[in-house]
Design a protein around this ligand. Sequence first.
Ligand code: SME
Length: 155
Amino acid sequence: MHNAASVTLAKRYERIYKQLKELLDKPINRTSMMATITSLLHYKMPHFFWTGFYILDHGELTVGPYQGPLACLVLEKNKGVCWAGILREKTIIVPDVHVFPGHIACDRRSASEIVVPLFNAHDKVWGVLDVDSKSLNAFSSVDAFWLETIAKLLV
Ligand code: SME
């Protein structure tokens, strides 16, 4: 990404993060937090086409709060980008989803994707924050850094 563009992006994330810190500063359940995060990110980030959470539920990865077109409710086990994020416990940036082995296409307009695992206070992974874009190569280390920072609000 061009340097000036990544500075603009980082500044936008910084503003969103500040707003989220204020909004989520009081005791509130995780679902309300996730819903607030998805709404703010989705409507402030022009490159976000689908923005949401997948949550581990009795060994299944099931959809949580999201914004964007209808998504798969349950993701086939150990397949695709979200499951890779859970299994590797690391942020995954996929510049072109069509060449990611096992990618699950909930909407064929998605072209690139970033998945950030979520950890509880005992460092146990409990879900992922997933963002799709209609453009190829839409996500950079700036997105990874800020989405990981935002994900920590849910610990
Ligand atoms: N593409 C994801 C599935 C979820 S959608 O992107 C909303 C995957 O491969 O795990």
